[in-house]
Design a protein around this ligand. Sequence first.
Ligand code: CMP
Length: 215
Amino acid sequence: LRRIPLLATLSEQQLDALAAGSARRSFPRGRTIVAEGEPSQSLYILLSGRAKVQRSDTEGKEVILAVLGSGDWFGEMSMIDDAPRSASVITLEPCEFMAIEKASFRKLLAESPEVSMAVMRQLVGRLREADRKIETLALLDVYGRVARVLLDFSEDVNGERIVRNRLPRQEIAKMIGASREMVSRVMKGLETEGFVVPLPEGRMLLREKLGSYTH
Ligand code: CMP
């Protein structure tokens, strides 16, 4: 447990107490870990793999709110306010989690200012991200939205911006409220104009001028 950054500041005693109220779990790809609208029992810390946070309407249309990776946690919102799960979290790859029961998490928040602060910092970060997304959806056209998603998912590799993980068009579409066909058209346009260069294994090189679409 101590190797999990969120829990690194806890005392031996606190970790022992937490171990009693937590369990390590593994899930294959495509598994729903928490389901929107359901009552909550646990908080999850992602130890390895990636998972998506999504909401869907009554017709089954989906929007992806975030993609989580190793070290991220989820399921804290309904632990804090006792409301039903605000979204579903679904594995994109085989994932390993630490699941912490509600009572243990509540006790931890009460006993550890460091953990409380870390949870608050994460919630504030998410609000900032949500504000940015509102701006993106309200002010940018589909080219700008696609460009922003590509840049958000890219990383610096020897001075170049590379999207390393596969980013299917359908998933991009669900992040920006556009159809898959529209995203395909925009991606083709970006490739033709040389803003995006496709690389082997679904990776992409992003040219610097792509940023001009996002403001
Ligand atoms: P909870 O509501 O308990 O269950 C669903 C979880 O998804 C929620 O807690 C958060 O941990 C996570 N979640 C909800 N909205 C977002 C978001 N916009 N970005 C990242 N994670 C989110």
